[in-house]
Design a protein around this ligand. Structure first.
Ligand SMILES: [Zn+2]
Length: 468
């Protein structure tokens, strides 16, 4: 049996329609983790879809309770061939964001996978059911091609709460560190750089969401009778917001900017053709940090986005000074940012700019992580992927978005490789989410080849890394 058998079997899985069938069944389960009423669906997805698929491949599976009470369940699985073989830890999330029924074009249901040319519409088609279904299919192909002797051990952790911030995932990785011990982490989520570019990313930017609130304690008052003598919280907060990020999106708080970004990382991303797919939004050349290319702004720098601003009621304005104003920001940051000092940095900045009574509330945070682009695993993966598809592979030091990579890179101390099977305009988290059929087919082949190569060359790479 050969490498090309594995890749051929992976393509057959797609061409025979079996991949479509599997994905149809999975999309039909409305596993919305943001919707408390769907809790039974979350457990059912693991029990009825993932556990049987893994058991059929020879995995031992066990559903475990989330270490955080009330948070969605997790599934752990492992398929051990030999003590000497290297071990790959894989990951997927079976939950999806809300379906947003009624907002999809052509009255599509988010829970019915619908093929329209190259596009396969359905909630979770890209994020993440399509992606983990590709990986399970590729694993099956590689195992079959190797007559059951893949050459590496495989472990898997599935969560059902990624879209609500992966509650308990970090803790579960810590608690189950022995069960999950591995040499390498390999998973799929998020977009390729562009639909036609097979991509390998090594971590993600971090994210920190915070809210600024100003409540003067005066309540709302008539704008004519009191305007000019009462402070307007909306006006003050708009100015506070402007002091954080300017009118072209440049961050003005030193503590929220990266302290340093390596030249190696900047060089990797500098010439990326960001936003080059049909249907991508038009980039604004005058937006963002001056002196950086679009690739550097997106992958090697920080951004501060004002994502919500509220005062009064813009739908039904009344002639009053609002009682209160609030603004929600998201900071996306790269490795090299002192992110655990963001709150004191913000406090100092607001105080210095005359906004001492604006309150800061940190709402969510996840660290930035990144495997060294020169790591030997990156070399193996890049060469493998190039051999499979016969075209160059894009190495992204980190994703622009945020994934729970720190659970694997920090809690389990693993080198992390991500091979995304979606693309930037997949409408993830919006109506009309879709997977591209040709990218899925290529993804199946890429992953089958990669798993095959890890089985054959992984021991050597692990030993080489251990010797350094
Ligand atoms: Zn998502």
């Amino acid at each position: 049996m050969t490498r090309s058998t594995a890749i051929g079997l992976a393509a057959d899985y797609f061409d025979s329609g079996r991949f479509l069938q599997d994905l149809q069944r999975r999309i039909a389960m409305p596993t919305e983790s943001q919707n408390a009423d769907r809790a039974p669906e979350l457990a059912r997805y693991l029990q009825e879809e993932i556990a049987p698929a893994l058991a059929a491949l020879g995995f031992e599976t066990r559903q475990v309770e989330n270490p955080i009470a009330g948070a969605p369940p997790l599934l752990l699985a492992r398929r051990i061939e030999s003590e000497q073989a290297v071990t790959v830890l894989m990951y997927g999330h079976g939950d999806v964001v809300n379906g947003q029924e009624g907002r999809w074009q052509q009255q599509r249901s988010p829970w019915v996978l619908e093929q329209d040319g190259e596009r396969w519409y359905g909630r979770g088609a890209a994020d993440n059911k399509g992606q983990h279904s590709i990986n399970l299919g590729a694993l099956a192909a590689a195992i079959q091609a190797a007559d059951g002797k893949l050459g590496c051990n495989v472990k898997i952790i599935f969560e059902m709460g990624e879209e609500v911030g992966s509650p308990g995932l970090y803790e579960a990785c810590r608690e189950q560190a022995d069960y999950l011990a591995a040499d390498l982490f390999l998973a799929s989520d998020g977009p390729r750089l562009a639909a036609s570019s097979p991509t390998l990313f090594l971590g993600s930017r971090g994210a920190l969401q915070f809210k600024l609130v100003l409540d003067t304690g005066n309540g709302a008052h008539h704008a004519g009778n009191w305007g000019g003598v009462l402070r307007n919280p909306a006006t003050v907060l708009a100015n506070a917001a402007a002091s954080l990020v300017d009118a072209r999106g440049v961050i003005r708080v030193p503590g929220l900017r990266p302290r340093q970004v390596s030249e190696r990382v900047r060089a990797l991303v500098r010439d990326f053709a960001v936003g080059s797919d049909p249907g991508d939004p038009v980039l604004d050349a005058n937006w963002g940090e001056p002196g950086l290319s679009a690739g550097e702004r997106l992958f090697a720098w920080n951004t501060l986005e004002l994502i919500a601003f509220e005062a009064g009621n813009a739908q039904r304005p009344v002639g009053a000074i609002p009682a209160r104003a609030q603004a929600v920001f998201q900071l996306r940051f790269v490795v090299g940012t002192v992110w655990d000092q963001v709150q004191p940095s913000l406090r100092r900045h607001l105080d210095e700019h005359g906004f001492a009574d604006v309150q800061i509330e940190i709402q969510a945070q996840a660290p930035a992580t990144r495997l060294d682009p020169d790591d030997a695993w990156v070399g193996l993966a890049t060469a493998s992927m190039q051999e499979t598809v016969g075209k160059p592979v894009t190495i992204l030091p980190n994703l622009g978005g945020t994934i729970p990579n720190h659970c694997f890179s920090e809690a389990l101390d693993l080198p992390t490789l991500w091979v995304p099977h979606s693309y930037p305009s997949c409408s993830q988290h919006a109506p009309d989410e879709h997977l591209l059929g040709p990218v899925a087919r290529e993804g199946l082949q890429l992953m089958a080849g990669l798993l095959w190569d890890i089985g054959r060359q992984g021991r050597q790479v692990a030993d080489q890394r251990a010797a350094v």
